[in-house]
Design a protein around this ligand. Structure first.
Ligand SMILES: *Cc1c(COP(=O)(O)O)cnc(C)c1O
Length: 486
């Protein structure tokens, strides 16, 4: 493959055909979701040694390479893919990746990609508007408006959490930027907070012990009444609470913390309120489901991943702030709002994100929206949430299964109880199912109980597929049980 447009068009055509076929086959659901070969064998199959040392991929060999590559993938578009919280992408998102990969506009500074930078800023306004934090007259209004919200797109929710909590730190201890983080800072969070919160706290120099766990109920949802005693205890120890972190929703169960009550508490005590909405914030797009996020507008910062519930390829996450000035203070001692506005055209997003070079993240989400409109995404969210509730009914009414709770989102936990309640057995079930490759599911543990877990990311996953999963689990469970006795 020469580095010219003739070869580019020819190979891109071949690859597009292969991908089209791959999507068709995946969606039909006849092949396995996942076949895992050992990496050494895969390296041989893909002829990595030859390609890396010698190059020379061409129109003929690319077909063989693509066939091998695509065979050894996790087939997210398969209706039996009900595993992790990763978007089953809309085809439009892939086209945005293709454009970005070809023209490469790392647009964190405006002049390195004015179109992509404008799309990012517009989408941030769109997300702010969904929360109620946008004060402009139209979404293309990029001027600095008093008390407007702000935000930036990042390479993932983990970086978004880090960015948000740096802003929280700048608010309570602005000297941190030059002098280091004062050691009397803590955060209040539930034990179910995503692990990126613990990483953030360690990265900013506090250490994990600075995360003060707030009591949760038996489903790991934060008890808002537990905030006051936790807060008072910190006060008596001479600690300062940098932020309260809530989940919308939690990774393991897909349940939501009571944002309205937590927000009211934070307002009453003048505390920074951070909502980790990586997965669940997309319910803001659904008139039916957005009640789950009641009170989210009380937050000071929110993270929201497009690459989870907005059909966008990884990665495209947003960190959003109620007051844009708090964002401007995150990575410096003084907010840049104190300085003069830039004289040049456009705006630079560079000061607000951890990243320097940044992909044209917003274009991926833009292409999905441009294809489907907000309504299309709303329908998608409504369908996946609704389907998950009907899958709950199917599984929970089966005598040999039990679900610990009615799902609020598209994440559902359950276990197979016929042969007892042993955690190891559930884990063996999950591992054998994944090994067989007919379904892809995950597993999680809470209250010391191991559950099987599905996340319904694919709106092609229907009741007939879940009935198939039930059959598969029963078959595998009997297989394990028999082999245990022989
Ligand atoms: C997925 C997730 C994250 C991490 O986001 P990434 O984009 O994977 O870095 C953080 N918090 C919650 C609640 C999540 O579900």
């Amino acid at each position: 493959m020469r580095n010219n447009t003739t070869d580019f068009k020819e190979i891109a055509g071949i690859v597009t055909d292969k991908l089209g076929h791959y999507l068709d086959e995946s969606q039909k659901g006849t092949l396995k979701t996942l076949v895992q070969k050992p990496a050494e064998a895969l390296a041989k199959d893909m002829q990595l040694e030859k390609w890396v040392k010698q190059g020379g991929l061409n129109a003929k060999s690319v077909e063989i390479f693509m066939d091998t590559y695509l065979k050894n993938t996790q087939h997210l578009h398969h209706p039996h893919y009900i595993g992790h919280q990763v978007a089953v992408t809309h085809v439009a998102s892939g086209i945005a990746d293709f454009i970005h990969g070809t023209i490469n506009n790392p647009m964190a500074i405006y002049e390195m990609g004015p179109a992509a930078a404008t799309i990012e800023k517009f989408l941030v306004n769109w997300m702010l508007e969904k929360i109620g934090w946008f004060k402009g007259s139209h979404l293309g209004d990029f001027s600095k408006i008093e008390s407007n919200g702000g935000g930036v797109l990042t390479h993932g929710g983990s970086l978004a959490n880090l960015t948000a909590l740096c802003a929280a730190r700048a608010k309570i201890a602005p000297e941190s930027w030059t002098k280091g983080t004062p050691q009397d800072l803590v955060i209040l969070a539930s034990e179910e907070a995503h692990y990126s919160i613990a990483r953030t706290i360690s990265i900013i120099g506090l250490g994990k012990e600075a995360i003060i766990p707030v009591a949760v109920d038996n489903l790991k949802v934060m008890k808002h009444e537990a905030l006051l005693p936790a807060y008072q205890k910190m006060m008596t120890q001479g600690k300062r609470v940098m932020a309260v972190v809530a989940n919308a929703c939690t990774t393991a169960t897909g349940l939501h913390d009571p944002l309205e009550e937590i927000g009211a508490f934070c307002q009453a005590h003048n505390l920074w309120f951070h909502v980790d909405g990586a997965h669940g914030a997309s319910a803001l797009l659904s008139n039916k489901e957005k009640h789950l996020l009641k009170g989210i507008e009380l937050a000071d910062s929110i993270i929201w991943d497009a690459h989870k519930m907005m059909r966008t390829s990884s990665l495209c996450a947003a960190v959003l702030f109620k007051d844009f000035r708090t964002m401007e203070a995150a990575f410096q001692q003084k907010g840049s709002y104190l300085f003069h506005e830039k004289e040049e055209v456009g705006f630079d997003l560079l000061p607000y994100a951890v990243e320097c070079t940044k992909a044209a993240l917003g274009t991926k989400l833009f292409w999905v929206l441009a294809a489907e409109g907000e309504k299309g995404l709303e329908t998608y969210i409504n369908n996946t949430y609704k389907n998950t509730r009907s899958f709950y009914d199917l599984i929970n009414t089966h005598p040999d299964f039990e679900c610990p709770y009615l799902p609020e989102s598209n994440i559902l936990c359950f276990r197979y109880t016929k042969f007892g309640l042993d955690n190891e057995f559930q884990l063996a079930l999950r591992n054998t199912i994944v090994e067989r490759g007919n379904f892809y599911i995950t597993s999680t543990e809470f209250n010391d109980v191991r559950y099987l877990r599905i996340t319904v990311m694919n709106d092609l996953t229907r009741e007939e597929h879940i009935m198939g999963l039930i059959d598969e689990i029963i078959k595998v469970a009997h297989g394990i049980q028999d082999s245990n006795y022989h």
